[in-house]
Design a protein around this ligand. Sequence first.
Ligand code: ADP
Ligand code: MG
Length: 247
Amino acid sequence: MIQINNLKKSFGLNEVLKGIDLTIAKSEVVVIMGPSGSGKSTLLRCLNFLEEPSDGIIRIGEFQVDIDGKLDRRRKKEIRELRKITGFVFQSFNLFPHKTAIENVMEGPIIIHGTKLDEARNIAQDLLIKVGLGDRCNHYPAQLSGGQQQRVAIARSLALNPVVMLYDEPTSALDPELVKEVLQVIKDLAKEGMTMVIVTHEMNFAKEVADRVIFMDNGVIVEQGTSDEIFLKPKEARTRQFLSIVE
Ligand code: ADP
Ligand code: MG
């Protein structure tokens, strides 16, 4: 479903991703952990070109972008296509404040897929019901709790029918009592077979949901394995040290 080869990203002289190789299967749930500044967000953002990678090849579904290639019309089109099929959920929700929940969810299908208003409304309503917000369709973001806003954000991403969902610390801006409802929505999607890459520090959640846990440090994948392999018997000293701090 996703294949990344030798993905590199520098900001000026600072090389933040140092040649990441990663293959993710359909329906696989991958959790990425690692210390602050290790490049987790940059990796996720490069995957859907919120950041322009410096080098490498990214293939998602049937679309492939070779960073070496010229940034010509064809490649710009490839990047647009690749964006359409990846859902991205931010730490900070990023809803349109002047639009209601349902309008936030309808926006993508209308603008990007050219879906008709009535149909977009139906799609959005179904998705809001799915994330447990059927009774909040006409609320504005400011009238919703953080957990509810994040669930709207998830519904908004799902509205584009992505082949993969990318989450960058989806619960770290939430009050503790609101974390569970967001994680539950993500767990439900995992059960349905959604392919997902999730950056999170929630270890118990990772244990429950992850098919694979990746530990990143300093721009490289230090080690990866099942949650048992990473949490119970990590091979690398850097992983052990990180786990001893977050636990
Ligand atoms: P993480 O998500 O693991 O905390 P990030 O991917 O956000 O790490 O950041 C990795 C490194 O890249 C950090 O040193 C950070 O300062 C740098 N960085 C991230 N985004 C930018 C940017 N837009 N411009 C310059 N440096 C950046
Ligand atoms: Mg980050």
